[in-house]
Design a protein around this ligand. Structure first.
Ligand code: ADP
Length: 513
């Protein structure tokens, strides 16, 4: 790379030609240094990039383009020595402009020698690559963020699977005991309720984490139907009944809206009301008052309002309550548990329904009011599906094949299904399940997805081939993808662990038709 020049005079002559040649270049600073690093030529690009005019810089040492740290570390002279030794060097790093600001530079320094091999000077080409580096960093950050987000989602899905698996047998056992409460000493009955309630709470927390991921990725789909908001509110209230009784709260309801049918996803709407009721119960001390009202405004919209006499919320915290993981006052709320996801999810759900959710409070200890406003539909006709209650025998016993490798789940679920009035045969792997489908007169297959010798999809395929057999996937994975995959694999229904027995019963009833 080094060029041979005849003499100093030649060097200056060449520098002049070089100057004319490169002066029009604006994107690159192109200039010459003498052997000591003194600037002896300067082009338009150099002026533009570094901010010095030709008059200002000629005769100055090029070290002034380096940062103070680099100068202190002897980098300018080291670069020249290195260029002399190797012919040229390429360097990337921060350089300083006249005004003291810095930029990311890509620099090539080439040694210029005379015919005796003596170093006569250096040519220097500098490019400002700040934008390039920024966009490269931005891309890298974007890719890293995408990877992190995917890893987080995968982790949440795997975690929720692991957490859900042990909940099913616990819930099935508690439900069975509860349904046989008359055979138990009365002092145990309440304990069963406690077990059940806490298992359900645990399941709720897992669901919240997954919901948040789904919402964040825009993958939460609403199943819109005609919902009776008053029924939904009553159902939600009922699930909080034991906590209300335990705290001796006084709950009054005044459901006076005339238009209370809403085009909505009933389950999601119940989740919103449930969350608000649950919060009111959670944050109101013993003996407090909770009031639930509904009304219509002039535009016919439906208003839900829940007021409590609880711990209240400081005004400056009201705005952030609907952000994920926000808790009004960690020191106060820590004792109440929770992840701070409920309101964030409720807000997103209400937004998806084109409604509004708001919080009001006059401050600490002054209680709180939450309101939800939704469009009502006049006189809804369809009955909503949330009125079913658990319990009671099935209308027609089914022969059910339960395929599950988790022993506790197999045992407790099989006992509960038998208790519901069905005949149950069990299999713990694909081979055994396929064998039973071939031999037995099976009406419905309830099947885990991950099995030791294969997957539940194989069992579903076999059942489908037989025709007439209803297939229900049981899985700890609750992501949209899993539901989609299970549908594609031919399952008629997809139930996520811990199984909601009300939902299971309703699915089995459908198998009965
Ligand atoms: P979590 O209840 O799991 O913490 P939420 O998102 O449901 O999460 O609520 C967020 C925070 O809002 C709560 O931690 C609490 O500080 C505050 N909050 C919600 N409802 C009430 C209420 N009725 N009274 C007082 N504070 C409330």
């Amino acid at each position: 790379m080094s060029k041979k020049l005849a003499s100093n005079t030649d060097l200056y002559a060449t520098a002049e030609q070089f100057h004319i040649l490169v002066d029009s270049v604006e994107e690159y600073a192109i200039y010459l240094l003498d052997a000591n690093g003194t600037v002896i030529s300067w082009n338009t690009g150099a002026e533009k990039i570094k901010g010095f005019s030709t008059e200002e810089i000629i005769g100055k040492n090029f070290a002034s383009f380096y940062t103070a740290d680099d100068v202190a570390a002897g980098k300018p002279q080291r670069n020249l020595r290195e260029a002399s030794r190797r012919g040229y060097i390429r360097d990337q790093g921060l350089r300083v402009r006249k005004d003291g600001s810095t930029f990311e530079a890509d620099v090539i320094i080439t040694a210029l020698r005379d015919e005796t091999g003596e170093i006569r000077g250096f040519s220097k080409v500098t490019r400002d690559i700040t934008d390039q580096i920024r966009s490269r960093e931005y891309e890298a950050e974007k890719i890293a963020a995408q990877k992190a987000s995917k890893a987080k989602d995968d982790f949440l899905a795997a975690l929720s699977h692991e957490l859900r698996t042990p909940l099913t047998p616990a819930l099935a056992a508690a439900t069975y005991l509860q349904d046989n409460a008359d055979k138990l000493p009365p002092e145990f009955v309440e304990d069963i309720e406690i077990i059940k309630r806490n298992v359900q709470l645990q399941a709720r927390l897992i669901d919240d984490l997954l919901d948040l991921t789904r919402i964040a990725r825009g993958k939460l789909h609403l199943e819109l139907e005609d919902c009776n908001a008053h029924t939904i509110i009553k159902n939600a209230l009922e699930t909080a009944q034991s906590a209300i009784a335990a705290k001796q709260l006084n709950v009054s309801t005044d459901l006076k809206a005339k238009e209370f049918h809403i085009l909505a996803d009933c389950i999601r709407l119940q989740q919103v009301f449930w969350n608000l009721i649950n919060n009111a119960v959670k944050f109101t001390p013993q003996g407090g008052q909770i009031t639930i009202r509904t009304s219509n405004d002039r535009a016919g919209r439906f208003h839900f309002e829940i007021t409590d006499t609880g711990i209240g919320i400081e005004p400056q915290r009201l705005a952030s309550l609907f952000q994920p993981f926000e808790q009004a006052d960690p020191s106060v709320t820590r004792q109440f548990g929770g992840l701070g996801l409920g309101l964030a999810i409720s807000k997103r759900l209400v937004d998806l329904h084109h409604g509004k959710i708001e919080a009001e409070s006059r401050g600490r200890s002054c209680g709180a009011t939450f309101t939800v406003t939704l469009d009502a539909v006049p006189d809804g006709a369809a009955a909503n599906g949330l009125n079913h209650r658990l319990g009671g025998k099935t209308s027609r016993p089914l022969r059910i094949l339960l395929v599950e490798d988790h022993q506790d789940t197999r045992r407790t679920l099989s006992r509960l299904l038998t208790h519901f009035g069905h005949n149950v045969v069990t299999a713990e792997n694909v081979e055994c399940a396929i064998h039973l489908i071939g031999d037995d007169n099976i009406d419905a297959v309830l099947c885990d997805i991950g099995l030791p010798d294969g997957s539940g999809y194989e069992v579903a395929a076999q059942a489908r081939a037989k025709g007439q057999i209803k297939t229900i996937a049981l899985t700890g994975f609750g992501t949209e993808q899993d539901v989609q995959r299970s549908k594609e694999a031919g399952f008629d229904f997809h139930l996520v662990k811990p199984i909601n027995f009300q939902e299971l019963q309703s699915v089995l009833e459908q198998s009965n038709t």
